[in-house]
Design a protein around this ligand. Structure first.
Ligand code: FAD
Ligand code: SF4
Length: 460
C-alpha cells in the first residue's frame, strides 16, 4: 500500500469570511479524513512520537483506535495522559514535539497527530456528561490560578478524591486560554467545556479572588487547606523602554488581547473600549504577536505589520499560525528593530508612527539563535496609529510581594525542587510561574506532576 506523502489538509474557513469574524479558522477533520490520516501511521515499534510528547500520550495506540472507528476508545487512551485534549489538539506546537520526531516525517510529511487529537476530543466533547463524583478523601487543596497548570493540577487531584478549590484573580477561569488565545484559534466554549468537566469531578472555582491580596497563602493553610499549588502564570508584559511607549494607541499584547477576548471588545454592544486602528505595528514574532496581529485585522485594520528583529527562519510562532497570518494579509517586516514611537502631528498624545532600524544577523547567542545587529544609519519611519508590543512576559509578581518564604529566581520564576515543591513546605508551583512564558502542554504537565507529588506526600 502506498502512503500519501502529505498530511491531509485541514479544512479552513475561507479567507474572506475570516478577516471580518472571530469564528474558528481551522474547522477540524471529518470522520473520513481522520481515518485516512490515521492510516498513514506506521505504528512504529520504537514510538519516537510518544517520547517527544511532553505528557507521553500513547499516540500509535489512539491512532489505531481511529483506524478501527473506535473514537471513544481513542479518547480514553488520550485522557489517560492529557486532561485538555481539545485544547492541546488545537494549540500545541506539534511540529517541534510529537510530529517533529514522527518516523514518516523523515521522507514525507509527518502524521498530523495534533489534528487527530483534536478530532478525537471534538467527537467526545460531551463525554463529561457521564462522570460520577468520586468518593472524598476529606482533604482540601487550594489551587491558585486557573490556566492549564492549575486546571491540570486540580483535575488530577479531584480524580483522586481531594476537595479542590481553584482561586482565580479574573472573573472567568481558564488563564491565557480564556484571556489570551483568541476565539478564532481556540473557541471559548471548548475551554468552558473542559472547566465544566472539572466541576463534574467536584472542583470548586472561586473567581475574582487574588491570592496574596484578597487572601494570603498562609491564610489558606489557616482555612484548613493541606497543600497549595501556585499556577499563577507569566502575565506581566515586557516593554522596550523606548521613547513614545506611553502614547495613546500603544498596548501590551496582553492588555489588547484581554480587552478583546475576555472583555469581548469585538462584540458590537460591548462596553469595553479598544482602539480600532487602521494601521497597526505589532512588535515580536511569537504566537502572541500573531494573535495580536490577526485580532487587529479582525477589528478593522487595513494594514497590520509584524516587526521582528530576526529573519523569517527564526520566527518562534507556530508555523501554521504564520501561514494563516500571511493568508489573511498580515505583512512581515523582518530584520527590523523599533527605535522610537512617534507622536501624531494632529494630536501629540496619540501614536502617529514608529521609527525602525534595519538589522542583519550576526553570531549565535547563548541559546543558539543568531543575534540581530543593527545597521548604522538605516533608520526610517512608518506611519501607524497603534503599536502592540508582544516581546514577552515575566511571572506575575503578587505572590512574591506577600509570601517572603517562597523564593524566586533572577527571572522572577518560583523556585521548586524535583517534586514541584517550593521553598515553603506544602506549597507547590508549576507552569509559566516557574518557567516563564512557555507552552500549554508544559504547564499542563507541570500541574499534573505537582498533583502527583501532593498526593504522594499527603498519602503517607
Ligand atoms: P496562565 O495560563 O497564565 O494562567 C495563570 C492564571 O493565574 C491566570 O488566569 C491569572 O489570572 C491567575 N493568577 C495570577 N496571579 C494570581 C493570584 N495572585 N491569585 C489568583 N489568580 C492568579 N502556548 C501554546 O502551547 N500554544 C499556543 O498556541 C500558545 N499561544 C499563546 C497565545 C497567547 C496570546 C499567549 C499569551 C500565550 C500563548 N501560549 C501558547 C502560552 C500558553 O498559553 C502558556 O504557556 C500557558 O497558558 C501557561 O499556563 P499557566 O497555567 O502556567 O498560566
Ligand atoms: Fe505513527 Fe509517526 Fe508515531 Fe510512527 S512516529 S507511530 S508513524 S505517529
Amino acid at each position: 500500500m502506498s502512503i500519501q506523502r502529505k498530511k491531509h489538509e485541514m479544512p479552513l474557513l475561507p479567507r474572506e469570511s475570516r478577516i471580518c469574524s472571530f469564528d474558528e479558522v481551522a474547522l477540524g477533520y471529518s470522520e473520513e479524513i481522520a481515518i485516512a490520516e490515521a492510516d498513514r501511521c506506521l505504528n512504529c515499534v520504537n514510538q519516537p512520537c510518544v517520547r517527544s510528547c511532553p505528557v507521553n500520550i500513547a499516540i500509535p495506540d489512539f491512532i489505531s483506535k481511529i483506524k478501527q472507528r473506535d473514537f471513544k476508545g481513542a479518547y480514553d487512551i488520550i485522557s489517560e495522559n492529557s486532561l485538555l485534549p481539545a485544547i492541546c489538539g488545537r494549540v500545541c506546537p506539534q511540529e517541534t514535539q510529537c510530529e517533529g520526531s514522527c518516523t514518516l516525517g523523515i521522507k514525507f510529511e509527518p502524521v498530523a497527530i495534533g489534528r487527530l487529537e483534536r478530532f478525537v476530543a471534538d467527537c467526545n466533547i460531551n463525554s463529561a456528561d457521564k462522570i460520577n463524583r468520586i468518593e472524598s478523601k476529606n482533604k482540601k487543596i487550594a489551587v491558585v490560578g486557573s490556566g492549564p497548570a492549575g486546571l491540570a493540577c486540580a483535575g488530577t487531584l479531584a480524580k483522586k478524591g481531594y476537595e479542590v478549590t481553584v482561586f482565580e484573580a479574573l472573573h472567568r477561569p481558564g488563564g491565557v486560554l480564556t484571556y489570551g488565545i483568541p476565539e478564532f484559534r481556540l473557541p471559548k466554549y471548548i475551554v468552558e467545556r473542559e472547566i465544566e468537566t472539572l466541576k463534574k469531578y467536584g472542583v470548586n472555582f472561586v473567581t475574582n479572588t487574588v491570592i496574596g491580596k484578597t487572601i494570603t497563602v498562609d491564610e489558606l493553610f489557616e482555612d484548613g487547606f493541606k497543600a497549595v499549588f501556585l499556577g499563577t502564570g507569566a502575565g506581566l508584559p515586557r516593554f522596550m523602554n523606548i521613547s513614545g511607549e506611553n502614547l495613546n494607541g500603544v498596548y501590551s499584547a496582553n492588555e489588547f488581547l484581554t480587552r478583546v477576548n475576555l472583555m469581548k471588545a469585538y462584540e458590537e454592544n460591548s462596553n469595553t473600549p479598544v482602539l480600532r486602528a487602521k494601521r497597526v505595528a505589532v512588535i515580536g514574532g511569537g504566537n502572541v504577536a500573531m494573535d495580536a496581529a490577526r485580532t487587529a485585522l479582525r477589528l478593522g485594520a487595513e494594514s497590520v505589520k509584524i516587526i521582528y528583529r530576526r529573519s523569517m527562519e527564526e520566527l518562534p510562532a507556530r508555523k501554521e499560525e504564520v501561514e494563516h497570518a500571511k493568508e489573511e494579509g498580515i505583512e512581515f517586516d523582518v530584520l527590523r528593530n523599533p527605535v522610537e514611537i512617534i507622536p501624531s502631528d494632529t494630536d501629540k498624545e496619540f501614536v502617529g508612527g514608529i521609527k525602525l532600524i534595519k538589522c542583519e544577523l550576526g553570531e549565535p547567542d547563548e541559546r543558539g539563535r543568531r543575534r540581530p545587529i543593527e545597521l548604522p544609519d538605516s533608520e526610517y519611519i512608518i506611519e501607524v496609529d497603534s503599536v502592540i508590543i508582544a516581546i514577552g512576559t515575566t511571572p506575575n509578581p503578587l505572590i512574591r510581594s506577600t509570601s517572603s518564604d517562597i523564593k524566586f529566581n533572577m527571572r522572577g520564576g518560583i523556585i521548586i525542587n524535583d517534586n514541584g515543591e517550593t521553598t515553603k513546605s506544602d506549597v507547590y508551583a508549576g507552569g509559566d510561574a516557574v518557567t516563564g512564558a512557555a507552552t500549554v502542554i508544559l504547564a499542563m504537565s507541570a500541574g499534573k506532576e505537582a498533583a502527583l507529588s501532593i498526593d504522594e506526600k499527603l498519602s503517607k
